[in-house]
Unconditional design. Structure first.
Ligand code: HQG
Length: 181
């Protein structure tokens, strides 16, 4: 069974679909049965146990069930306007990391980090993860973010349920560029 393809479709529905049947803007929760029904239209083999398997095995922890397992949500990465996902705001470590591609650097240095098509700029807890994220876009480069100073200066920094830090924007004075060999 094509679990990755099914997961991509589900991720799209939970993060980007504007069909109000699927998702509650307040919290990002969707009814599991509605999601299964929608997935079945494309992948008839989908059952509740397939969805449970995808949630349990996702290598980035992209999804959560609610306590009763009647609702499901993506933990981060949404683009739906007005959707509010509950996130913690723990004290950050001194530094966090944003992986990107060298071809974006000119613009990033000029404008700072902005969310582009998502609701938030995604920020990794460690350097290696940032390199992986950057590689998705081309030749990777890592921005080292002064997370502690960023928060001390009054900027909001959130932590998603699957350990991805998120900010509305990161101005250039809060990062330095670490080129990779
Ligand atoms: C760049 C994956 C030009 C930004 C990963 C990034 C991650 C700018 C790209 C998650 C810019 C947006 C997110 C500016 C930012 N000018 N480019 N001013 N500001 N950018 O994919 O962080 O598989 O939306 O550096 O694991 O790469 O979706 O964000 O390169 O956690 O679950 O614009 O996606 O997770 O790209 O990745 P993306 P991202 P999932």
């Amino acid at each position: 069974m094509e679990l990755t393809k099914i997961s991509k479709k589900m991720s799209y529905m939970l993060r980007h679909s504007t069909d109000p049947l699927y998702i509650d803007l307040n919290g990002g929760w969707a009814d599991v049965n509605i999601i299964i029904k929608a997935l079945k239209e494309r992948y008839p083999e989908v059952t509740r146990s397939v969805v449970e398997q995808i949630v349990a095995q996702d290598e980035k922890g992209r999804y959560s069930f609610d306590d009763r397992k009647t609702k499901i949500r993506a933990n981060q990465g949404h683009s739906i306007p007005g959707m509010v996902i509950e996130m913690e705001q723990p004290e950050p470590p001194e530094h966090l990391y944003h992986g990107t591609a060298t071809r974006f650097l000119d613009s990033i240095v000029q404008h700072g980090l902005i969310p582009m098509s998502r609701q938030f700029v995604h920020i990794s807890p460690d350097f290696e993860t940032a390199v992986k994220v950057g590689k998705r876009h081309g030749k990777p480069v890592v921005l080292i973010i002064d997370a502690k100073r960023f928060v001390e200066d009054g900027h909001e920094l959130y932590l998603s349920a699957n350990n991805v830090w998120q900010a509305k924007a990161v101005p250039p004075e809060y990062f330095t560029i670490e080129y990779l060999n």
